[in-house]
Design a protein around this ligand. Structure first.
Ligand SMILES: [Zn+2]
Length: 689
């Protein structure tokens, strides 16, 4: 037993950190904070649970259970016996861009195992979860939870950045300035006392149009509810000195009265995602959804000339009031704190840059630097203000970079260009540097010598050279049949297909369309085994027409997949894994495939994104081109062996038992992992002979 148990537990998730890259950058000396943890503790590779993807592995890491037990075995799953078009898709809530807008299925509601934070709460430990996949919505009573990185940058809560409204040009490059014009007040009700003739102006809250008085405001084109009137008054002999902010031309209903230098209270407004790109500048994705979101902002009067000719008004960012923090007061506190610190790092230019350079993968609506700063801000505020024992936080990097850039490092990739290699390495260096200083920031502000600190990734990533459309081969041997839908797309014909595959988000599972079990079933139960054999045979007979290589590394029947961590009613009848270099071509046989997207011979070169680098398709121990699917694991603190490079990887399923043991947390109810004894500090002394 360790002499001292850790008093605090800090787990920092770094999505997609590849162990080979961590080692390389440690050797280069560019990760000083992670290096300190490694010197004082353990460095190991982490063997993900299959499939080596994000939902599966953050869930495995936080429950200590295998996917067969916790039930989260991919980005989505189909439950045996339900119609094949019913898919439980968690992709939408995994990256909290669309949280509370379009989430069909929350991952933690579908998870069948107890999470470590739920077990910890049972003995009164106080938990803080910040951006932890599966942490939202709250499934504990007393902890503090933030979905996304917080108001500093998270697209969940920061709906718009700051804007200025001014009669003249403003030389503040950090903020967008919108031109407004001043005119004599007309047709107002309940006018206030003024020593000079009352003046008026108006502005569009979103700043999406430069409102000049001459141009008639087109309420059809823009959302008129986001349109505010300003009445300018002179309450004494010094000249114009006050403004009244009103929704209608009724001064009695002013929502704010401001003098120069004054800031309003929070003003709430309901926003529709359809109002255009500007208001959702950093979360364009939301445009496709119908939901309305309540946001809040403050207005400040920065300048008002005594003659009433010049005015400068500033609006803070617009922040979603709820739906991203538990308890909900935390959302208000964090937003207030952010404004107090006046760290307005986001600017219009910054957001435009983000959009123009954004990764093909939609989760990257914050830059890595934004995420790191946002997470630091949120974690620091919560840990300094509230008592706590356990902190979980996750940065979703470098995963996006793996998907975008890994192929630039691999000579076997069809887009490889030796001249681009160094630039790609530089991107990785920059990202790992940001991650390292984020780790340092959290350790400095939250940890002491009694804290157990774990930095780990859920999986790595490897480059790809070819994609395979498996449907081509199953169609060719007649077990899969398509029909064309009204849009000319190929959808699976369940009345004729003996095999079902290619269900979107449900990766690498193939079903027998079984009579008596599946509503669309056509295969007689006595044919079940034979069809499974045929599926496996079909997979193993596939050959790359160029090289003669089979792109499948393993195909197994469901009953043989238990040792891979898979069982139960959420998996297919056959599971398969790709050989390194190959991966699946994403198709959706339920909503339809464009016939042009099915290559005749089933193979295509990976010439464009998204997803050059991949992780979900492979056996968890796959390596290729100097990268691996394995994750990284670093741990330091009381009871942890010092300076130990573990030769055999730690299992994702073993993380919970290790940290529970070292910090006196009860093992969660379905915890199945084991503690590798070699990571523990050896007990010294003579002992009994
Ligand atoms: Zn991941």
């Amino acid at each position: 037993m360790p002499k001292e148990k850790a008093k605090k537990l800090i787990i920092i998730g770094v999505d997609g950190a590849i162990p080979e890259f961590v080692r390389k950058f440690l050797d280069e000396g560019i990760l000083p904070n992670i290096s300190k943890l490694v010197k004082n503790g353990v460095f190991s590779e982490l063997l993900p649970a299959a499939y080596a993807d994000t939902p599966t592995n953050w869930t495995t890491i936080a429950t200590g259970a295998w996917p067969g037990t916790h039930g989260i075995n991919s980005f989505g799953f189909h439950i045996e016996g339900e119609p094949f078009d019913k898919v439980y898709n968690m992709a939408n809530n995994l990256f909290p861009i669309t949280a509370n807008v379009n989430t069909e299925h929350f991952m933690n509601r579908l998870c069948k195992a107890e999470y470590i934070w739920q077990a910890a709460e049972k003995i009164g430990k106080r938990v803080i979860l910040v951006n932890w996949p599966g942490g939202w919505p709250a499934n504990i009573k007393h902890g503090l939870i933030v979905d996304g990185t917080g108001p500093h940058s998270s697209p969940v809560c920061r709906m718009s950045n700051e804007e200025r409204f001014s009669t003249g040009p403003q030389r503040d490059l950090r903020r967008q300035t919108n031109t407004i014009a001043i005119h004599e007040a007309r047709a107002w009700k309940n006018l206030p006392y003024s020593t000079r003739p009352l003046l008026e102006t108006r502005f569009d809250l979103t700043g999406q149009v430069q409102v000049t008085y001459e141009e008639e405001y087109d309420a059809q084109k823009h959302n008129s509810s986001l349109f505010y009137w300003i009445l300018i008054a002179a309450t004494d002999d010094t000249g114009y000195n006050k403004i009244l902010v009103c929704k209608d031309k009724d001064a009695a209903k002013a929502i704010a009265t401001l003098g120069v230098g004054e800031e309003s209270k929070w003003i709430q407004e309901e926003f529709s995602p359809t109002i255009g790109e500007r208001i959702y500048a950093n979360m364009v994705v939301r445009q496709q959804f119908k939901a309305r979101i309540v946001g809040k902002f403050k207005l400040s009067l920065l300048k008002l000339s005594s003659q009433g000719k010049d005015i400068v008004l500033e609006r803070t960012g617009i922040f979603a009031s709820e739906g991203w923090a538990y308890p909900s007061e935390i959302a208000h506190e964090l937003t207030d704190e952010l404004l107090k610190r006046r760290k307005r790092k986001s600017s219009r230019r910054h957001v435009d840059k983000l959009i123009s350079e954004k990764s093909p993968l939609c989760q990257v609506y914050e830059s890595v630097k934004d995420m790191a700063e946002g997470l630091s801000f949120t974690c620091k505020y919560l840990t300094q203000k509230y008592p706590w024992d356990i902190l979980f936080t996750q940065i979703h990097a470098p995963d996006g970079l793996n998907h975008d850039e890994l192929n630039h490092l691999c000579p076997e990739s069809p887009t490889y260009d030796p001249e681009k290699v160094e630039a790609a390495w530089q991107k990785f260096r920059d990202t790992y540097r940001i991650i390292d200083s984020f780790v340092g920031d959290i350790v400095r502000s939250c940890a002491d010598e009694n804290s157990l600190v774990v930095v780990l990734s859920d999986h790595g990533g490897i480059p790809t050279k070819k994609r395979v459309a498996l449907e081509v081969f199953f169609r060719r041997n007649g077990v899969l049949q398509f029909k064309q839908n009204e849009r000319g797309r190929l959808v699976i014909d369940l009345s004729k297909s003996r095999v079902v595959l290619g269900i979107n988000y449900v990766t690498h599972n193939i079903w027998v369309n079984l009579k008596g079990r599946d509503p669309s079933g056509i295969v007689e139960p006595e044919q079940y085994e034979a069809v499974k054999s045929r599926i496996i045979d079909t997979l193993y007979r596939i050959r790359d027409p160029e090289t003669g290589e089979c792109p499948i590394s393993l195909a197994v029947r469901k009953e043989h997949a238990k040792e891979l961590g898979h069982w139960g009613d959420r998996m297919g009848d056959v599971l398969y894994f790709f050989k390194e270099g190959y991966s699946n071509k994403f198709t959706d046989t339920i909503t339809g495939i464009d016939p042009k997207d099915l290559p005749e011979d089933g193979f295509e070169l990976v010439l464009e994104g998204p997803e050059f680098g991949r992780h979900h398709s492979f056996l968890p121990n796959t390596t290729y081109c100097g990268c691996s699917i394995k994750g990284s694991f670093i741990m330091s603190g009381p009871g942890v062996r010092k300076g130990y490079k573990k030769p055999f990887p730690i299992g994702a399923v073993d993380v919970t038992p290790i940290v529970c043991y070292l910090s006196s947390i009860p093992y969660p109810g379905q915890c199945e992992g084991m503690i590798p004894g070699d990571v523990l500090e050896p007990v010294s002394g003579e002992g009994t002979k």
